[in-house]
Design a protein around this ligand. Structure first.
Ligand SMILES: [Zn+2]
Length: 307
């Protein structure tokens, strides 16, 4: 029997076989298993620090007129290690969730959303606006990309009260693991940053553009400050007013191009530190930027994928 004849018979042969054919392993599962096996060599203990190196050129020294545009961001530096408690700041893992509240659901996929980022007020930029009487921010998103591209995002602002917390739901089988972070501790570091050129007033843009050696907003997972990639002034879906930049979840903390600027001094240039959470948003170096509307009662969020 030649190969073609055999293949012609194959359905008949296999039809008689009662053993189910196992599904092909999914690329996201294979990538996650490899990532987890590698991560163990890059555990970072609680109490460690991460320090961004000083820039070769301080943009505020060169252009003091930019000072009014400076904002404090907190670079969160997620790193793998023992999972923090459910009420601590963390990326991924189990979140503080009271028993009486329904878990956020993705409106498109009808699946439980993924717990992405939980930050306590003391790890946020100073005087960061929170909803009244809250001290914990939680970010959730869809377990995979949506028809329109970026995942749906939900922000929860809560107080860490005495509520009995419950176990978080399982990650759905159909989740794209590129959107599900490996549980990481965060190592917050405050840093001053300036807007990307496109968000600067016209009068300053040209002068600053001539200094090509300036890195203005930071890369990596960060809270507050400026978006690294200018968004087309996202508008609130409810009230249509422009939204405020809130945070970025970056799939990597530095790249080959910008490692000298954004790789913390304590880290070797390895995947285990550069992209500890194991995110994959479909393009190398892609990040999800989140904006908030503080005019609407619910403080709705909006996400965009940028690279
Ligand atoms: Zn609004």
């Amino acid at each position: 029997m030649n190969r073609r004849q055999f293949l012609g018979l194959a359905p008949v042969l296999f039809a008689g076989c009662s053993r189910p054919v196992p599904p092909a392993p999914r690329a996201d599962r294979i990538a996650r298993e490899k990532h987890l096996a590698m991560l163990d060599a890059y555990r970072v203990p609680a109490g460690s620090m991460r320090t961004t190196p000083k820039p070769d050129v301080d943009p505020l020294a060169r252009f003091p007129e930019l000072k009014p545009l400076a904002r404090i961001t907190v670079r969160l530096h997620p790193r793998f290690g023992d999972e923090p408690r459910t009420d601590e700041s963390k990326l991924g893992g189990a979140f503080h969730w009271p028993v009486a509240e329904p878990w956020p659901q993705c409106p498109e996929h009808r699946l439980p959303m993924v717990a992405v980022l939980q930050v306590r007020t003391d790890d946020l930029p100073p005087q960061f606006p929170m909803r009244p009487k809250t001290d914990l921010f939680q970010l959730f998103w869809s377990p995979r990309a949506t028809k329109a591209g970026p995942p749906h995002v939900v922000g929860v602002w809560r107080a860490r009260d005495g509520d009995e917390p419950i176990a978080n739901p399982e990650i759905p089988e159909s989740a794209d693991l590129g959107y599900v972070p490996v549980a990481c501790r965060i190592f917050p570091e405050r840093s001053t940053e300036l807007p990307p050129l496109e968000l600067m007033p016209e009068s300053m843009r040209r002068t600053v553009a001539e200094s090509q050696d300036l890195e203005l907003p930071a890369r990596g997972v960060k809270f507050g400050g400026w978006p690294r990639v200018p968004d087309r002034a996202p508008k609130c879906a409810t009230c249509v007013h422009p939204m405020d930049y809130l945070l970025s979840v970056d799939s990597c903390e530095w790249t080959a191009v910008d490692a000298t600027r954004w790789k913390p001094m304590e880290d070797a240039d390895v995947e285990g530190y550069r992209r500890a959470a194991g995110f994959d948003f479909g393009a190398p170096g892609a990040a999800i930027q989140v904006h908030v509307c503080r005019r609407c009662e619910a403080w709705p969020l909006r996400a965009a994928v940028v690279s």
